[in-house]
Design a protein around this ligand. Structure first.
Ligand code: ATP
Ligand code: MG
Length: 399
């Protein structure tokens, strides 16, 4: 790839909306790409997915699947040729690939926003610039920076600056000795050390911002993580204290605005025991915590992604049902220790208001996101009761 041809010349957003019948492209073929493809196809678009895996969840359902490496010139040329505009379903898509595509086609989100979201240190600097507080932290790239870490950051969580997800690339450290061991264990890669905060709850906000600056958002989502992986998302009035929710929405809008962002952005927050709200991280794409919106709102986060990419109008989504989403991790396929089992889908689908999503992944592994179950209903009490019953039938611990 020629280094001289980088982000300087990027294709501007189309002056008129790309209407159904056009082809929308997506980098990455995971479950988020798959649900984007579903939303786009429902609206009458054609889709093209680039993912090296011949059996990727999105590749399998897309009209066109370019099965090459993300940096393969022929693959990128084909994706650009097939697509009227291109988005991404994961933040770690190589910047050079997005730059390459952006020279030929409108790409959203842009490479600059992705570069910030790919790096925890740059991400935190961006939050600070936008006036949104994050956990006290220090960047650790050298032995000198390791030695200079203030005591106040311990106990803390050491996180690799790049390529972490689902709690991977992280270590909880109690003291300086543990910190030194953990940094060595992470290969002395560039890291951030965050102070361990006393969390009361976690929440997230999905916003969509158009090329014209218009912005809409989904309601605040309350998230329960287990072992660093999202387990349950609950969305209904008062799932999060109203004043905190308003603050989270304002902060998310400021973060998107500050990036000049185009597309769907999710920002994750920590609600602290003393009532404060601090930002954790952002995802430049739809997010696991927004999956409930497919059945719980009249415009889903994936339709918002289609609309922002195609330049269609953004209307404020309306949540019409309280919703709870349960993540279906690969562990459910190994319930009795190591013995392989098929989860009892029929007994879960016998419960009114359950919506099953399986991503079509060939093999289950513990911790792997295989699907999710959204429960909707007429009242919060009913949704909670059904979600707890479904969790019990699947072998998910109560929440
Ligand atoms: P994701 O899959 O969301 O990208 P990740 O690997 O990027 O996950 P984080 O969101 O940084 O991980 O952290 C995972 C979880 O660990 C958080 O949701 C929270 O439960 C806990 N955690 C992370 N940082 C802190 C902190 N500073 N204080 C307390 N708990 C934390
Ligand atoms: Mg996270």
């Amino acid at each position: 790839m020629s280094a001289g041809l980088t982000s300087s010349a990027v294709v501007a957003p189309p002056p008129k909306p790309l209407l159904p019948g056009a082809t929308l492209g997506v980098m990455g073929g995971g479950q988020l790409g798959r649900m984007f493809v579903h939303a786009a196809q429902r609206m009458g678009y054609f889709t093209a997915v680039l993912d090296p895996d011949a059996t990727s969840p999105a590749g399998r359902v897309s009209h066109v699947h370019v099965a090459t490496d993300y940096l393969d010139e022929k693959g990128l040329a084909r994706l650009a040729a097939e697509s009227a505009a291109i988005t991404t379903e994961f933040e770690n898509v190589p910047a050079a690939a997005m730059d390459r595509l952006a020279r030929e086609r409108f790409v959203a989100p842009g490479a600059a926003a992705l570069a910030i979201a790919q790096d925890r240190a740059r991400e935190k600097a961006h939050f600070t610039r936008c006036g949104v507080p994050c956990a006290p932290y220090a960047v650790i790239e050298t032995e000198a920076q390791l030695a200079a870490v203030p005591d106040a950051l311990l106990p803390g969580i050491l996180k690799t600056a790049r390529l972490g997800y689902d709690g991977k690339g992280q270590a909880r450290v109690a003291d300086r000795a543990a910190l030194a061991v953990a940094w060595a264990g992470l290969g002395r890669a560039p890291c951030v050390l965050e102070q361990m905060l006393p969390l009361a709850f976690e929440c997230s906000v999905v916003v969509a911002r158009g090329a014209d600056g218009a912005m809409v958002h989904l309601p605040v989502q309350r998230n329960l993580h287990r072992e660093g992986i999202l387990a349950v998302t609950e969305v209904f009035e008062d799932a999060v204290p109203a004043s905190t929710a308003a603050q989270a929405i304002e902060a998310t809008r400021a973060i998107a605005e500050g990036l000049g962002y185009v597309g769907v952005l999710c920002v994750e927050f920590f609600g602290l025991k003393d009532g404060r709200l601090v930002v954790n991280e952002m995802a430049p794409r739809p997010h696991n915590s927004g999956h409930w919106s497919i059945e719980g709102a009249d415009v889903s986060q994936f339709e918002l992604q289609v609309r922002t990419l195609a330049g269609l109008p953004l209307v404020a989504p309306r949540q019409h049902s309280p919703a709870i989403m349960l993540n279906l991790l690969g562990d459910l396929w190994f319930r009795a220790g190591s013995e392989a089992v098929t989860p009892d889908w029929a007994s879960v689908l016998a419960l009114p208001g359950t919506h099953l999503h399986l991503y079509g992944k060939a093999s289950a592994r513990p911790g792997r996101k295989m699907g999710h179950l959204t429960v909707t209903g007429a009242s919060v009490a009913q949704v909670r009761a059904t979600a707890l019953r479904a969790a019990d039938r699947l072998g998910i611990a109560p929440f």
